[in-house]
Design a protein around this ligand. Structure first.
Ligand code: PMP
Length: 359
């Protein structure tokens, strides 16, 4: 048959979403399964969001505001940056893709740690760019010296995920300062801060506050996690005006939907509630980490809303054992398992499951 699509995509691993809870519950014949696989916050939509969505739906025969003016004003005001520097999109993953589109021509290089966010290779390949993967340190974190050393004349963009998905590890300001000083000025560094709201260690810098003025730094954020809008798809980036303007040229038109804009505005009214929910997640993160360490697992400290179990060859078996007990976790064979922090009850169920699976 005549080939219609790119041959190089055949070898590209597909993005694996977390398994559907209802499907698993049906398969196991249990009332409810628990999903701790996609780093969502377990407390439902923020107050006011459902009402805002319901109201916005009345106008869905109209296109959304393509300039996303009101929402960018709110985000810019909250972060203390000019709204001209804010670009929104259909989830931060779409913006990551747009950043590659805005910087790379086919054959240019995109550098990132491995393991890190599984969408990076897909995004790079989609743009025809070449992925350069730099192995994580033995402590499961970014090896910034090796990343800097991997940059060549062909490198156009570097993704640095802080805290890192899926390991939860994090970079401190001193390390990032040193790294950014080493990166050539014509290479764009994307600080992917999808999990910023869960950071409690003051040594981990806020990318916008700390590096927002650097011409070659872009900070990527999402409203999918702490802000509870994963299903609506709303992410944003903060860049220098020139970079933001270039990104805006290639972003998919109207990709921040009318409903997503309304929901994001309503969610931003709920900042105290977001802090309260994040504090619950953070307290549970400590408890889950300590409990897993008691099972002799070498769980690295996490600053995100998930923890990393470096199970190596046991990864697939452990993930399957959890699933057979109704708990969906995310295995990255053959490195480890990522487990999202859920409600205390969900975490208890996972911990009991982990203990049974490991002993
Ligand atoms: N960056 C990282 C590091 C992530 O883990 C995720 C979601 N898993 C995203 C970006 C994308 O988030 P979204 O597209 O939902 O905004």
């Amino acid at each position: 048959m005549t080939r219609l699509t790119r041959a190089d995509l055949d070898a590209l691993p597909a993005y694996v979403p977390g398994r559907n809870v209802a499907d698993l519950a049906r398969e196991l014949g249990i009332a409810e399964a628990v999903k701790l696989a996609s780093n969502e916050v377990p407390y439902g939509p923020l107050p006011g969001v459902v009402e805002a969505v319901t109201e916005a739906v009345r106008a869905v025969h109209r296109y959304p505001d393509m300039g996303v003016v009101e929402l960018r004003d709110r985000i810019g005001g909250r972060l203390g940056v000019d709204p001209a520097r804010v670009v929104t999109g259909c989830g931060s993953v779409a913006l990551a893709e747009t950043l590659v589109k805005a910087t790379c021509l086919p054959g240019d290089e995109v550098v990132y740690s491995w393991r890190s966010f599984e969408a990076y290779p897909i995004i790079a390949a989609g743009a025809g760019a070449t992925s350069v993967r730099v192995p994580n340190t033995a402590e499961h974190g970014h090896d910034l010296a090796a990343i800097a050393a991997a940059i060549t004349d062909q490198t156009r963009l570097v993704f640095v995920c802080n805290p890192n998905n899926p390991t939860g590890t994090f970079l401190r300001k001193a390390e990032l300062d040193r790294f950014l000083a080493d990166v050539p000025s014509d290479v764009l560094v994307v600080l992917d801060e999808a999990y910023r709201e869960f950071v409690t260690d003051p040594a981990v810098p806020d990318g916008v506050d700390t590096y927002g003025d650097r011409p070659n730094v872009v900070v990527l954020r999402t409203m999918s996690k702490a802000w509870g809008l994963a299903g609506l798809r709303m992410g944003y980036l903060v860049a220098q005006p020139e970079v933001a303007a270039a990104v805006r040229k290639v972003v998919t038109p109207f990709s921040t939907s009318l409903v997503a804009q309304a929901a994001a505005l309503a969610a931003l009214d709920q900042e105290p509630e977001v802090h309260r929910r994040c504090a619950l997640v953070v307290a549970e993160r400590s408890r889950v980490t300590e409990s897993l360490r008691k099972l002799s697992l070498d769980v690295p400290d996490s600053q995100a809303n998930f923890v990393w179990l470096p199970l190596g060859d046991r990864t697939a078996g452990f993930a399957a054992a959890c699933e057979s007990r109704g708990v969906i976790v995310r295995g990255f064979h053959p490195e480890g398992v990522r487990v999202t922090i859920g409600t205390p009850e969900e975490n208890d169920l996972f911990l009991a499951t982990a203990e049974a699976a490991l002993t």
